[in-house]
Design a protein around this ligand. Structure first.
Ligand SMILES: NC(=O)c1ccc[n+]([C@@H]2O[C@H](COP(=O)([O-])OP(=O)(O)OC[C@H]3O[C@@H](n4cnc5c(N)ncnc54)[C@H](OP(=O)(O)O)[C@@H]3O)[C@@H](O)[C@H]2O)c1
Length: 424
């Protein structure tokens, strides 16, 4: 028998084809690609697969006599990817996957299968692509008490927001450009809605804090409502807009959010542009660390998959999480920290409308630090106005916004974004 671990690879797309090519080049000396699966056996993948077994369906890899480790690079939270991973784990075969959607949705079942049989389920590629953040949290920060973790976890959104600022594009124009350059899917809804970043945050939080992954515990807001005007207003406050995922100790639990926020240009997260990702972790006794790198793409994601394969080949494989999801004791908290907010609204160009808006905010406990007002466009009866508030509780802000939205004769199109604190 070979002293190398024998790999069965499901999926030969953007990531899988690069992993196949690297394995066949001997990039992981203790691993050997022996079998692959994809829908179309005839498609040219830019790699010579003549020496490997092209099996009829992905499930054949789980039962394949010559496959020791299954690598799942098909994708999708359910369906054949999940069936394959379950079948492999049930047979005691370690699994490597990049599939955050599946992990976030089926964490409980997969952690049972993985821990129950002590079968490694490795997923470095599922969060922040090529950035070794899973390893950092699990290994590099072992012995630390992590109290805060935040970052830019979606390259598509970051590309769109960066290009809206750099080239003055509208959201739609920046999205189209991201699709043309291959940074956004034909259906970008999972990305721009913030769900993709939420799935990654759920996985990171399970590792960092021991909170069972559950998308219902994460307050998720996407970037669809961000306009070129918001980007320009942000610049007036010496800030940029970034989609930031945050998991932070709050009260007796951990607060989670994914939302667009205003970040001062001098802050390290503001320097993370285009398709790059970054994760910043605050921990005791370490202090802080920030990792930055390519968050997606065939090469970056394959890099993380190959690292997991190398670990398993060296005997370093671990279960999905270090305890089963059922044994996780930390709870999610709904207490958002008090923050400053950016509020953009359109006020009727008539006497008293500004006074009425500020009065409504004050009545609800939201005080204003700065105001920027623009003249209305020709033919528009509303003036664009932005308030930066002092720190306010989210509940107070929501009540104030609801009250403003009732004032349809003076105000419409209200958008509120938290301001990322400079010390964060
Ligand atoms: N692309 C990235 O930048 C990136 C970044 C991080 C994580 N990921 C994750 O990596 C995984 C793979 O992504 P990808 O971008 O490489 O996807 P992709 O380009 O769409 O490739 C998917 C592959 O799966 C195969 N496939 C789909 N359904 C199948 C079925 N029923 N039976 C057999 N094969 C099937 C496809 O076969 P055919 O080629 O024959 O159609 C294709 O080779 C996903 O979980 C994704 O979320 C991707």
């Amino acid at each position: 028998m070979s002293d190398k671990i024998r790999i069965g690879l499901a999926g030969l797309g953007t990531v899988g084809a690069t992993v196949a090519a690297r394995l066949l080049q001997g990039a992981v000396p203790r691993a050997e690609l022996v079998a692959v699966s994809a829908r179309d056996a005839k498609k040219d993948r830019g790699v010579d697969l003549s020496t490997v077994d092209f099996v009829a369906t992905p499930l054949d890899l789980a039962s394949h006599d010559e496959v020791d480790v299954v690598v799942e690079l098909i994708g999708g939270e359910n369906g054949i990817a999940l069936e394959l991973v379950e079948a492999a784990l049930e047979k005691g075969k370690p699994v490597v996957t990049a599939n955050k959607a599946m992990l976030a949705k089926h964490a409980a079942r997969l952690s049972d299968l993985s821990v129950g049989g002590d079968v490694p389920l490795a997923f470095e590629a599922a969060v922040a692509g090529g950035i070794p953040v899973i390893k950092t949290v699990r290994e590099g920060l072992a012995g630390n008490d992590i109290h805060r973790l935040c970052g830019i976890l979606n390259g598509t959104c970051n590309y769109i927001l960066s290009q809206m600022a750099a080239a003055g594009l509208s959201f739609e124009e920046a999205l189209k450009e991201a699709q043309e350059k291959g940074f956004a899917e034909a259906d970008p809804s999972l990305d721009v809605s913030g769900m993709d970043a939420g799935q990654k945050l759920a996985i990171l939080s399970a590792l960092a804090f021991g909170v069972a992954p559950d998308m219902d515990n994460i307050s998720v807001t996407g970037i669809e409502a961000i306009t070129a005007a918001d980007i320009a207003f942000a610049a007036e406050f010496d800030s940029v807009i970034r989609l930031v995922g945050l998991a932070e100790r709050s009260g007796n639990g951990v607060y989670h959010s994914v939302e667009p926020v205003l970040v001062k240009k001098a802050h390290p997260l503001a320097q993370v542009v285009n398709e790059l990702n970054a994760v910043s972790i605050s921990a005791v006794p370490l202090g802080g660390v920030m990792l930055q790198g390519p968050g997606a793409g065939g090469g970056a994601t394959a890099s993380a998959v190959l690292a997991d394969i190398s670990d398993i080949a060296s005997g370093f494989g671990r279960p999905l999480f270090d305890s089963t999801v059922a044994a996780m004791t930390e709870s999610a908290s709904s207490n958002a920290p008090a923050r400053e907010f950016y509020i953009r609204l359109a006020l009727a160009d008539q006497p008293g409308s500004m006074a009425k808006a500020t009065q409504i905010l004050a009545e609800n406990g939201v005080s204003i630090e700065e105001v920027v007002q623009r003249s209305s466009e020709a033919g528009d009866s509303h003036l664009p106005v932005v308030f930066i508030t002092h720190q306010a509780e989210s509940a107070a802000l929501e009540t104030a916004l609801a009250a403003l939205e009732q004032q349809s004769e003076i105000c419409n199109a209200v958008l509120a974004l938290p301001v990322f604190a400079e010390e964060d």
